[in-house]
Design a protein around this ligand. Structure first.
Ligand code: PEP
Length: 249
């Protein structure tokens, strides 16, 4: 059985007091056993959040990680640093990192490799832009993002890979992919994994949908056969909304 996962990406929102308040509010609610719940707070608060969630099923993950082991990379964080504060997973390739910090399919392969070598679990984010969908290139673009950004890494350890399909036109816009559009793309993604790595891996890999998921649309999106949960931006900043989405699985 594939894992059902809901992950909240807080991006660059909330100061330390607000972050801790949100964390406590999420922690105070029961988490359904069938759902794996993750939050990605600002890097600055990872350490304190990891401590605050010790022994609790909520998992704290990073929003990013550098490909290099260490060295002159001002402002960056390494796999070793994450591990040293008990952070075992990171988002990679979020569309905002691709758009504002020049992350490309090619540069992402280095991050994937480093994460894999260090046993860091990856939530690999990808998805087409509006122009790609309008010109009917969305399958092609997604296939390329997977092939170059992820599949090209040698000897992938799929136990440590979660996929997050996030059409860029749906992120933070209030416009959501319809459940049918999400299902169609998720089934395509699974078929790509199946072609390259076989049916067992394809069936076992969780594929999350991200892009304006809200309590009002989560049930229908999550009920699609190949949608195994969600990566949530805006709605993860309110405990009530985030918990409603967690309980929509
Ligand atoms: C995201 O940034 O990963 C995201 C899905 O954002 P939102 O839910 O706000 O669209």
């Amino acid at each position: 059985m594939r894992q059902k996962i809901v992950a909240g990406n807080w991006k660059m929102n909330k100061d330390v007091h607000e972050s801790m308040e949100l964390l406590r509010a999420i922690q105070s609610a029961p988490i359904p056993e069938a759902v794996r719940v993750m939050i990605a707070p600002p890097t600055l608060f990872l350490d304190r959040m990891a401590e605050a969630t010790q022994g609790h099923p909520l998992q704290v993950v990073s929003q990013n990680m550098n490909a290099a082991a260490s060295g002159a990379f001002t402002g960056e964080i390494s796999a070793e640093m994450l591990k040293s504060i008990s952070i075992q997973a990171t988002l990679l390739g979020h569309s905002e990192r691709r758009a504002y910090y020049n992350e490309t399919n090619e540069s992402l392969t280095k991050k994937v490799k480093t994460a894999q070598e260090n046993g860091i679990e990856i939530i690999f984010c990808f998805g087409e832009e509006l122009a790609d969908r309008k010109s009917n290139k969305h399958f092609e673009v997604v296939a390329e993002q997977l092939e170059t950004g992820l599949f090209s890494t040698e000897a992938l350890d799929w136990k440590n890979i979660i996929l997050a399909y996030e059409p860029v036109w749906a992120i933070g816009t209030g416009e959501t992919a319809s459940p049918q559009q999400a299902q169609e793309m998720h089934a395509f993604i699974r078929s790509q994994i199946q072609k390259r790595f076989g049916g067992a891996i394809a069936e076992a890999t969780s594929i999350l949908y991200g892009g304006s998921v809200k309590p009002s649309n989560a049930v229908e999106l999550f009920s699609q056969a190949d949608v195994d949960g969600g990566l949530i931006g805006g709605a993860s900043l309110q405990a009530e909304d985030f918990l409603a989405i967690v309980n929509a699985i």
